[in-house]
Design a protein around this ligand. Structure first.
Ligand code: E4P
Length: 217
C-alpha cells in the first residue's frame, strides 16, 4: 500500500520523503490556504521533493475551465495528478485530461456509484473520504471495502486512494480491505510507529540497562 502525504507543508513532506514514507502527496484548496503559499509555487516545490504523484486541485466548476486549469497544473511537473471534484463537470474534465495522458485524481467521493462512474471516466485515482463519512455517522471504511469489491469485479485499474484519514486505525483498516493508497496528514503517518507497549517496554529495558553499568560505545 502506498503512502501519500496529505499536506502542502514542504518541511513535513521532506522529512517523510527522506525516510521513504512519501510515495506521493495530495493537496486541496484548504491545505493550500493553510500553507500560506502560492499554489503554483508550492506545487512545483512539492513535485521536486517526491518521485510519485502530487495531486493539485482545480477550482473551476465548469468542465472547460477545469480542463484549462488542469492543463496549467499538469504543466508544472511530470508527476502532477490533476485533482477534479466528483461532479458531472469533473467527470468530463477527467475524461479529457486522462485522454491527454495526465494522471487524474477524482476527489470528494462518498458512494460506490460515484467511484464506479469515475473509473468509467478514466480516473487514475478515486478519493473516497473516510473521515467525513464517519463525521455524519456513516461508515467510511465500509465504502472503501465496497469500492474494492466493485473495482475487482470488473477489473477497473483506477487506484483507490483512501482520503480524509483521521486515525491510525483508519490506516490499518485500509490496508486490510485493500486500498491501493492512503493519504494522511504527516502526524498520522508518524503516529503509525507508536504503541504504548513499545514505550513501556523501552522504559523497562533502559532501567535494567542502567543497572548493568555497561556501555556499548
Ligand atoms: C485528500 O485528498 C483530501 O482532500 C483530504 O484527505 C481531506 O481530508 P479531511 O476530510 O480531513 O479534510
Amino acid at each position: 500500500m502506498k503512502f501519500f502525504v496529505d499536506t502542502a507543508d514542504v518541511d513535513a513532506i521532506r522529512e517523510l520523503a527522506d525516510l521513504g514514507m512519501a510515495d506521493g502527496v495530495t493537496t486541496n484548496p484548504s491545505l493550500i490556504l493553510k500553507s500560506g503559499r502560492d499554489i503554483l509555487e508550492v506545487t512545483r516545490e512539492i513535485a521536486g521533493l517526491v518521485d510519485g504523484p502530487v495531486s493539485a486541485e482545480v477550482v473551476a466548476l465548469d468542465a472547460d475551465a477545469m480542463i484549462a486549469e488542469g492543463r496549467k497544473l499538469a504543466a508544472i511537473a511530470d508527476n502532477i495528478a490533476v485533482k477534479v471534484p466528483l461532479t458531472w463537470a469533473g467527470l468530463k474534465a477527467c475524461r479529457v485530461l486522462s485522454a491527454e495522458g495526465h494522471m487524474v485524481n477524482v476527489t470528494l467521493c462518498f458512494s460506490v456509484n460515484q467511484a464506479l462512474i469515475a473509473a468509467k471516466a478514466g480516473a487514475t485515482f478515486i478519493s473516497p473520504f473516510i473521515g467525513r463519512l464517519d463525521d455524519i455517522n456513516l461508515d467510511g471504511m465500509e465504502l472503501i471495502g465496497e469500492i474494492r469489491q466493485v473495482y475487482d469485479n470488473y477489473g477497473f485499474g483506477t487506484e483507490i486512494l483512501a482520503a480524509s484519514i483521521r486515525t491510525v486505525n483508519h490506516v490499518a483498516q485500509c490496508a486490510l480491505v485493500g486500498a491501493d493508497v492512503i493519504t494522511a496528514p504527516p502526524a498520522i503517518i508518524k503516529a503509525l510507529a507508536t504503541h504504548p507497549l513499545t514505550d513501556k517496554g523501552l522504559e523497562v529495558f533502559m532501567a535494567d540497562w542502567a543497572k548493568t553499568g555497561q556501555k556499548i560505545l
